[in-house]
Design a protein around this ligand. Structure first.
Ligand SMILES: [Ca+2]
Ligand SMILES: [Ca+2]
Ligand SMILES: [Ca+2]
Length: 124
């Protein structure tokens, strides 16, 4: 499990850097900070394009091999058809990866990301 999570986190930070200017877009309620729910909304939005990056043979699904081939694959494969579709992958990103990432961004542990924390997080 650890391998896949780390892989996904790496890929997410690479891509998320393109969204560094998007702080305001993520801050839905415009209070100047991003809470976990807003962050998960953001991850949900970019999820499908993340999944496509793993999809080496571009068939629209992730095989176990494309997914780094570790034990987490079965958990993510909700309908157990042996492949991960973008919806399953995105669910995993939102439920598992997003909270982990959010915590690592939230330097002062107040449960919100301010703009500095968000931008610093992109650099990690
Ligand atoms: Ca907010
Ligand atoms: Ca599946
Ligand atoms: Ca914070």
């Amino acid at each position: 499990m650890r391998t896949a999570v780390v892989t996904m986190i790496c890929i997410m930070s690479l891509c998320a850097s393109a969204f560094a200017d998007d702080f305001r877009g993520i801050d839905i309620n415009k209070d100047g900070r991003i809470d976990l729910q807003e962050f998960q909304g953001f991850v949900k939005e970019i999820g499908p394009s993340k999944i496509r990056q793993f999809d080496a043979d571009a068939d629209g699904f992730l095989s176990e091999k494309e997914f780094a081939g570790d034990g987490n694959f079965k958990k993510e494969d909700a309908n157990r058809d042996g492949k991960i579709d973008p919806q399953e992958g995105t669910q995993f990103l939102v439920a598992v990866i997003a909270p982990t990432k959010f915590k690592s961004y939230d330097m002062n542990r107040d449960g919100y990301l301010d703009k500095n924390e968000f931008e610093a997080g992109q650099m990690k």
